[in-house]
Design a protein around this ligand. Structure first.
Ligand SMILES: C[S@@+](CC[C@H](N)C(=O)[O-])C[C@H]1O[C@@H](n2cnc3c(N)ncnc32)[C@H](O)[C@@H]1O
Length: 274
């Protein structure tokens, strides 16, 4: 059995993606770039002008295009703030110069569900969000995950993250393979894990849960995935997912502290596995 390869570089992805990776070698990119919302990272300045931010988006998209396999997938997580909702859409318009938008997924962080209005049953409130005090804007309970591909033609393994049918008669009606699984659709409820101590347990201002990366990779298809890449690694949640799925992984992060945390977390996981 071949050994899993996990490489985390304390490097700027722009200058090193094509130096470290061969053309067409990457099956899945799962990543979350800085959103340019003035988030207080240790090193990165998240307060660029919109034009220079979009120009920078184009620069790394060009690099990723070189290394992405013909049937590769990019899952790009990006959020916005209530007073600047255009951000993710402007990023998409820039990315349109390089990729096709094959799917648009909503990462639901928090939701209130009224199971059945007519029966007056109690509503269910699940997940976490950052409440805002405003008469104009709604609380932001979701972020985007844009699924980008070269040609809008990547075959996905929808059942790998499928959900059981509620009405079992649908198994025969819709399921060609008699499996009790349907496509989950494009709303993914993935709550953050509850933590006790922010600085110790999640020392990064804008991370995603490893489950988000895991679902994205499985949707692309485990059988055809050898190498996963995250150009904006943060504290290594995409690497944790790749490690769990026993896939090769390459990550880039300019901040040595975040990278150190990522390495420590991967080490801990490794100890739990063996
Ligand atoms: C939104 S965060 C990613 C968080 C990550 N998904 C996680 O769960 O921890 C973006 C990260 O990109 C890093 N970064 C910014 N510019 C970079 C560059 N040119 N190359 C590599 N990393 C960069 C920042 O330091 C920040 O940690």
């Amino acid at each position: 059995m071949s050994r899993q390869n996990l490489k985390l570089y304390n490097e700027n992805c722009l200058e090193n993606l094509s130096r470290r990776l061969s053309p067409g070698s990457v099956d899945v990119v799962v990543t979350s770039p800085p959103y340019n919302l003035g988030i207080a990272y240790n090193l990165y300045d998240d307060t660029e002008s919109r034009d220079s931010y979009l120009d920078w988006i184009g620069q790394w998209a060009r690099e990723i295009k070189q290394v992405l396999a013909d049937d590769g997938s990019i899952f790009l997580n990006i959020g916005s703030k209530p007073s600047d909702l255009w951000g993710p859409h402007e990023v998409l318009f820039e990315l349109r110069n390089f990729f096709q938008l094959q799917n648009e997924i909503h990462w639901i962080k928090s939701i209130t569900i009224q199971p059945d209005h007519s029966q007056n049953r109690a509503e269910l409130n699940i997940g976490h969000y950052k409440p805002i005090n405003s008469q104009r804007y709604l609380n932001q309970c979701h972020e985007y995950i844009f699924h980008l591909t070269h040609n809008d033609d990547v075959q996905l393994d929808r059942k790998a993250i499928g959900v059981p049918y509620k009405d079992k008669s649908n198994i025969k009606r819709w399921g060609r393979d008699n499996q009790d699984l349907r496509c989950r659709g494009n709303t993914w409820f993935i709550p953050y894990e509850t933590i006790q101590n922010r600085q110790k347990d999640r020392p990064h201002p804008a991370s995603f849960p490893p489950a988000l990366a895991e679902m994205a990779i499985k949707l692309h298809g485990l059988e055809k995935t050898r190498l996963v890449v995250d150009p904006f690694l943060g504290i290594g949640n995409s690497a944790l997912a790749a490690q769990q799925l026993k896939l090769d992984f390459v990550g880039f992060e300019i901040d040595p502290d975040y990278l150190k945390t990522a390495r420590e977390r991967l080490g801990e996981q490794q100890r739990q596995l063996f």
